[in-house]
Design a protein around this ligand. Structure first.
Ligand SMILES: *[C@@H]1O[C@H](CO)[C@@H](O)[C@H](O)[C@H]1NC(C)=O
Ligand SMILES: *[C@@H]1O[C@H](CO)[C@@H](O)[C@H](O)[C@H]1NC(C)=O
Ligand SMILES: *[C@@H]1O[C@H](CO)[C@@H](O)[C@H](O)[C@H]1NC(C)=O
Ligand SMILES: *[C@@H]1O[C@H](CO)[C@@H](O)[C@H](O)[C@H]1NC(C)=O
Length: 297
């Protein structure tokens, strides 16, 4: 019985890889010959061919209600414009395959995020659903100190990113804290959010760490409006210039070798908590029930 509880708990979080990091929101379907589909295709192709935007944020809509489509593309702050476009291009292909006929969907990749919907998603803070991956390795040493140091680090980045302008809300740091040795971290919001909304979104996302990634040496958590990541190894390059274009292009990009060390968690905060609580309750119940049966007999 206890083994069953353990199995359920593991089944929820066992599903490796960045490549599967898409969420089909299941808020409605379009048919393959619909106006919505034509609008979506048009929008996504103009989005990924826009060469004027050099700050890594794309927000555009296309069509007339009820077939109007809204899309957001967001690249990590250290990703250069051409890489950004190609990341978004790849993800438009993947997302329309992964979530066929879905009116609302999002894909979170290492370098870029793509969302589209039938409703206006611009300037609106959304911290659900979340998508999390974490490193399998645990932090050694005093966990409480580690968590405190991590919080301090992330919180500093939160303030910095939230204070960014309407073109970019991004901050990254390499920290050499006492307990950390070295920790690399970045945080990001879609820049159409207000400073307060960005700050709130990140706070809410940091609050997921205990649910998914407690004590892990690295993790990445995405919500529709904001995301953050921390690792022991360098996974980002220098923040890309907005304009003029950067002359130095050498960037320490993410280490593919670490992909296999991740575990994925998808869900809404509430659903996740409910499931965990149900498992805990059923496990406690089973544990409690067993010993009782004997004395009664
Ligand atoms: C959309 O289509 C999928 C797959 O065919 C189906 O499972 C889902 O229930 C549909 N969603 C809505 C909102 O109709
Ligand atoms: C789409 O296809 C269906 C049948 O597959 C048809 O009934 C419908 O009229 C078509 N709609 C348009 C806008 O062409
Ligand atoms: C798109 O984003 C830019 C930059 O954040 C912002 O200035 C603009 O108002 C946004 N457009 C819409 C339609 O939300
Ligand atoms: C570019 O980066 C490399 C390695 O990071 C460094 O050696 C070089 O000096 C940099 N060049 C400029 C122009 O900043």
């Amino acid at each position: 019985m206890e083994a069953t509880c353990l199995f359920i708990a593991q089944a929820i979080i066992a599903q490796p890889n960045f490549e599967n990091s898409f969420v089909c929101l299941n808020k409605g379907n379009y048919t393959s010959n619909s106006t919505y589909k034509a609008n979506l295709n048009h929008l996504l192709s103009t989005l990924t061919s826009n060469t004027e935007i050099d700050y890594g944020f794309y927000n555009s809509s296309y069509g007339q209600d009820p077939d109007k489509v809204y899309a957001i593309g967001l690249c990590r702050g250290d990703v250069k414009p051409d890489e950004c476009r190609s990341c978004l291009y790849d993800n438009t292909k993947l997302l329309t395959q992964d979530c066929p006929n879905q009116k609302e969907a999002m894909k979170q990749d290492e370098y870029c995020i793509l969302r589209y919907s039938f409703r206006n998603i611009f300037g609106i803070m959304e911290d659900e659903p979340f998508y999390a991956l974490h490193n399998r390795n645990d932090q050694s040493g005093n966990l409480e100190t580690y968590n405190q140091d991590l919080w301090t680090l992330l919180d500093g980045l939160r303030n910095q990113a939230a204070a960014g302008g309407s073109l970019r809300k991004f901050a990254e740091v390499k920290s050499t804290g006492i307990n950390f040795k070295t920790q690399y971290a970045l945080v990001q919001c879609t820049p159409d959010l207000s400073q307060t909304d960005c700050s709130d979104c990140l706070l809410s996302a940091f609050g997921l760490i205990p649910l998914c990634c407690d004590g892990k040496i690295g993790a990445v958590i995405f919500t529709p409006s904001c995301n953050f990541r921390y690792e022991k190894y360098p996974f980002f390059g220098p923040v890309a210039d907005i304009a003029p274009p950067s002359t130095n292009t050498s960037a320490a990009k993410g280490n593919d070798g670490n992909k296999s060390q991740t575990v994925i968690i998808v869900g809404s905060i509430i659903a996740f908590v409910v499931v965990v609580v149900l498992i805990i309750i059923s496990c406690i119940y089973l544990r409690v029930r067993k010993p009782r049966e004997k004395p009664e007999m």
